[in-house]
Write a protein that binds this ligand. Structure first.
Ligand code: ACM
Ligand code: ZN
Length: 480
């Protein structure tokens, strides 16, 4: 079974298909804790809540798939080590249909991932119907072509989810114990938004929806008050659609070139007594975060938002890069909390030859560089898929599965994780589950490529970036 339950005790006998299954919510159990008791005359499922009962059902489903008609009698007691177990899908770089998303969500629920981080806005596309700012779905959702890596197409590309589509996804997730965490990335990665509303940029535009990969220099202007009005109205519109507790406001890869040259941004820095453009990002983030908190939400940001050193401790930080100047450690020292998603363990947009199944499984849930005794401040972890180079449903599924399952077990089991070889053999036994849900997962030979295959896959992936693009990215990184 995956994730492997914390406690399994085999008892005497077997039970046949068709035996009565009784379910009960049991208040003494923790919210996500479930028990299964398989006895010769009865199967009992107990859970601390509705979601926990669903987990008991999915565990039983896995057992049936593995053992067939006749299940061995056993007692299972299980609960997660971490409360935040997330998967992210980037629907901006490429658009995926509601049906495809539901397929990915259904599969994730089987492995007890409980947050769907939905990346709905980036340089290359805004993806949600917006009442207050309709140019977002009318203009920002389409780009004139697709020039990611060495792919070249002048066909217009895009799409957006209607409000009904969003409600369908949110409800579907809800029925599977999954909270949707939308992400509106800002102040960087907003090129698509600025294509429709260029007055919110530092220069006033014109701006066109991005068609390439990489780090873009247009940001929301942090000096103009109109920017904050726009963002708050936009959030109001989105909060109607997304009822969950968490809301992601991005904050990654925002080079400061524009802010450094903008009189409005410079005035803001001076008036607010800020040291520099990094602190300006912290200021902006805090304003948006406190607006979200006033609406009862918990804001999440990528780790670069912390680099100014002035982020409120209530803002949850999602780690994906190294801890520059120990700023994230300092955030945790102040009582802040974090979600782990380090590139080398969590990013499924890289080929298996670069981030193998084992790399995903081996995520360190207590990285030393964040300091000792962080129990409680690490909420959990997330597996991610960015889709610049993923243009089809089949490719999306291959890139994510079974790697998402490895992360799911790592974050469910935490320090009590069994050896990787144990995981591989469980996965081998359970592999038919991917077929059951119509997911085109990578087969065993591809999970942990040998050196030669890894080198080939790495070389092929690197061809997506020209030397010029690499240099541009290095320069942008220095200015973040
Ligand atoms: C990120 O990968 N830019 C968060
Ligand atoms: Zn500005």
């Amino acid at each position: 079974m995956i994730p492997r339950p914390k406690e399994i005790r085999l008892t005497e006998g077997t039970v046949v298909q068709g035996t009565a299954v009784k379910e009960r919510v049991c208040k003494e159990l923790k919210q996500e804790e479930y028990h299964i008791s398989i006895a010769s005359n009865e199967i009992r499922l107990e859970g601390g809540g509705k979601t926990a009962l669903f987990y008991a059902r999915t565990a039983l489903e896995q057992l049936r798939l593995i053992y067939g008609e006749e299940l061995p009698c056993m007692e299972i007691r299980d609960w997660p080590s971490y409360p935040y177990r997330s998967f992210q899908i980037d629907c901006s770089r490429h658009f995926f249909t509601v049906d495809e998303l539901k397929k990915m969500i259904r599969m994730s629920a089987v492995f007890r991932l409980n947050r769907f981080h939905w990346h709905i806005s980036d340089d290359q596309g805004w993806r949600i119907e917006c009442r207050r700012y309709p140019k977002l779905h009318e203009i920002s959702s389409m780009r004139a072509g697709d020039h990611f890596g060495n792919y070249d197409s002048d066909q217009p590309e895009g799409g957006y989810y209607s409000r009904e589509d969003v409600a369908e996804i949110v409800d579907y997730c809800g029925s599977l114990g999954i909270e949707v965490v939308p992400e509106i990335d800002m102040p960087g990665h907003v090129t698509a938004i600025l294509a429709a509303y260029p007055e919110l940029s530092c220069t006033g535009g014109p701006v066109e929806v991005g068609m390439r990969a990489g780090i873009f220099k247009e940001l929301f202007c942090a000096g103009k008050e109109e920017t904050f009005t726009f963002i708050q109205n936009l959030l109001d519109d989105m909060l109607e659609l997304f009822p969950g507790k968490y809301f992601h406001i991005g904050g990654d890869e925002a080079p400061k070139e524009r802010w450094k040259a903008c009189p409005d941004c410079q005035r803001r820095i001076e008036e607010e007594g800020l040291k520099d453009a990094r602190e300006l990002q912290g200021y902006m983030c805090n304003r948006i975060a406190s607006y979200l908190r006033s609406k009862g939400r918990i804001p999440i940001v990528w780790n670069e938002a912390v680099y100014g050193g002035n982020i409120d401790k209530e803002v949850v930080v999602q780690l994906w890069t190294e801890d520059k100047d120990d700023q994230i450690k300092a955030h945790l020292d102040r009582g802040g909390r974090a979600i782990l998603s380090m590139v080398e363990h969590c990013y499924c947009d890289y080929p298996y030859g670069m981030h193998s199944l084992k790399d995903m499984y081996d995520i360190d849930m207590s990285p030393k560089e964040l300091g000792e005794g962080r129990e409680g401040s690490i909420l959990g972890a997330e597996c991610l898929v960015w889709t610049e180079f993923i243009r089809s449903d089949a490719r999306l599924e291959e890139m994510c599965w079974p790697r998402f399952a490895a992360l799911a077990q790592a974050v469910w089991c935490g320090e009590e994780r069994p050896e990787y070889e144990d995981f591989r053999s469980r996965l081998t036994a359970l592999f038919p589950i991917f077929e059951k849900y119509g997911i085109r997962a990578v087969k065993k030979e591809g999970w942990d490529p040998d050196e030669r295959m890894a080198a080939e896959q790495t070389a092929e992936f690197q061809m997506n970036f020209s030397e010029e693009e690499r240099e541009e990215a290095r320069r942008a990184q220095e200015d973040i």
